[in-house]
Design a protein around this ligand. Structure first.
Ligand SMILES: Cc1cc2nc3c(=O)[nH]c(=O)nc-3n(C[C@H](O)[C@H](O)[C@H](O)COP(=O)(O)OP(=O)(O)OC[C@H]3O[C@@H](n4cnc5c(N)ncnc54)[C@H](O)[C@@H]3O)c2cc1C
Length: 424
């Protein structure tokens, strides 16, 4: 197939070697139709990757098979992976019962629980790029492309730059949509012994689920890999102290029968969506583009969508359309990220089995802010209207068949399962 945009996409840079940058570099290698394109993968080996991100959505299973050209079984084993069929919620909502949010079709569609660091290694094997270990000081838009300025090197011009440098240093209302209607902002990560046994001659076939367990100060994720089990306590550092978290984390592990753990990290994070994800020449991807806490593991799937959409538009549309295409793609991506944010924030709206300071804050102060934060005039897209339409559909006595496949970032089946489980 002739791809009219490929002529104006000769030289590409990917900045960052975390999950997002590694996915982008492998995707350029795979999708660019001309083998003589130039790809520079630039990263500063002194700046660590975030290194968490162990849950995913089913589209990653297909994507990794295509990018690596390896059988699914090999990919899963290389990732130390298990098959994730959904998220098992414990103690969430007003019904006081546990429930599962399955991928659709239920018990058929699965994603991976994976080791984030080895996924980047796997992707590098499928990437053809010149590797440059340098600190990027600036990425600036210039006529028809972007200029990347690295420490100790002459600035270099590219037709397209993927900026995958991770979280912005600070949020600014002109550049970022603050979605702190999601009430958490910090994670404590612990690593515990594996609870899933690796098979000798093939991938682990057992169905596994990410556990999302409500706790007085937030919630705890439990992700089973073949090499270890990852635990993370997600909370709000302005509402609860680190000492309170550590003590409740200890109590949880003890009740779960886990006697040893390795303390990994305390990670503060912002909840935001960038107002400019794509301007035609610079594409922010991964944690540089948007972030929300990991309750529904939306980060890797967001990076996949950003990279896929941007490469599709740049390769398949000729350069003369770019000025018109870029704002449309940008709005589409903002809309999608914000919709994920609304879906995740909504999980807190019915509280949990705990009537604690954190859960009162989440329900009564943080979530009600979503209407102001996502108001169309403040964000320039229709995410809030689409989200409201999904909730309105759930409240109908009969959902018309024509509406069954409706989506607002995630399918109607996901909204329906969460609504039933949470009681809202
Ligand atoms: C607690 C927690 C749990 C999570 N769980 C999940 C999950 O279950 N599922 C999921 O999908 N996601 C999850 N995530 C999100 C996860 O962080 C992202 O999916 C993923 O790590 C993407 O990160 P990134 O590649 O954008 O950035 P990073 O991993 O931060 O990588 C940034 C890269 O940019 C480079 N860099 C930075 N600055 C410069 C510079 N100036 N010059 C050159 N190079 C530079 C760094 O060296 C690094 O290579 C979680 C996040 C947190 C905080």
């Amino acid at each position: 197939m002739i791809q009219p945009g490929s002529k104006s996409l000769r030289k590409i840079a990917v900045v960052g070697r975390g999950t997002a940058g590694s996915l982008a570099a492998a995707s350029v290698t795979r999708l660019h139709p001309d083998s003589d394109h130039e790809l520079h993968h630039i990263y500063d080996s002194r700046i660590p990757v975030i290194g968490v991100g162990e849950g995913s959505w089913p589209s990653l299973v297909q994507e990794l098979q295509k990018l690596t050209d390896l059988p699914h079984e090999t990919v899963q084993r290389r990732l130390n992976g298990t098959r994730k069929y959904g998220v098992a919620f414990e103690g969430w909502g007003r019904r006081n019962r546990d429930f599962t949010h399955y991928f659709t079709p239920q018990q058929v569609s699965y994603a991976y629980h994976l080791s984030a660091d080895v996924m980047a290694d796997l992707l590098h094997e499928s990437t053809r790029a010149r590797h440059i270990d340098a600190k990027v000081l600036d990425i600036a838009r210039v006529e028809g492309g972007a200029l990347v300025e690295c420490e100790g090197r002459a600035p270099e011009r590219y037709d397209l730059v993927f900026d995958a440098r991770g979280f912005p240093r600070e949020l600014h209302p002109d550049r970022h949509i603050d979605i702190s209607f999601i009430p958490t902002n910090t994670a404590v990560i612990r690593r515990c012994p594996a609870i899933i046994e690796e098979e000798n001659d093939g991938p682990v076939l057992q169905h596994t689920y990410t556990r999302a367990v409500a706790r007085p100060h937030g919630w705890i994720f439990v992700i089973p890999l073949t090499v270890h089990t990852s635990y993370g306590y997600i909370f709000n550092r302005d509402v609860s102290s680190l000492a309170e978290i550590e003590s409740d984390f200890d109590a949880f592990l003890e009740a779960d029968g886990v006697s040893e753990f390795e303390q990994r990290a305390v990670i503060p994070f912002p909840n935001f969506v960038s107002r400019r994800i794509f301007d035609g020449a610079v594409a922010r991807i991964g944690n540089a583009a948007a972030f929300m806490e990991p309750l529904e593991a939306t980060a890797i799937v967001s990076a996949q969508l950003q990279i896929g959409m941007i490469l599709h538009i740049r390769l398949n549309r000729s350069a003369e359309h770019l000025e018109r295409d870029a704002p449309v793609v940008n709005r589409f991506l903002i809309n999608n990220m914000l919709s994920y944010g609304l879906f995740v924030g909504w999980h807190y709206s019915c509280g949990s089995r705990y009537d604690s300071g954190f859960w009162r804050y989440a329900r009564e102060q943080a979530w009600p802010e979503h209407r102001r934060a996502a108001a169309p005039e403040a964000v320039g897209c229709a995410a809030l209207r689409k989200f409201d339409e999904m909730i309105e559909l759930l409240n109908r006595t009969v959902i018309d068949k024509a509406d069954w496949n409706r989506m607002c970032a995630v399918p109607l089946t996901s909204y329906a399962q969460m609504s039933q489980g949470l009681g809202c």
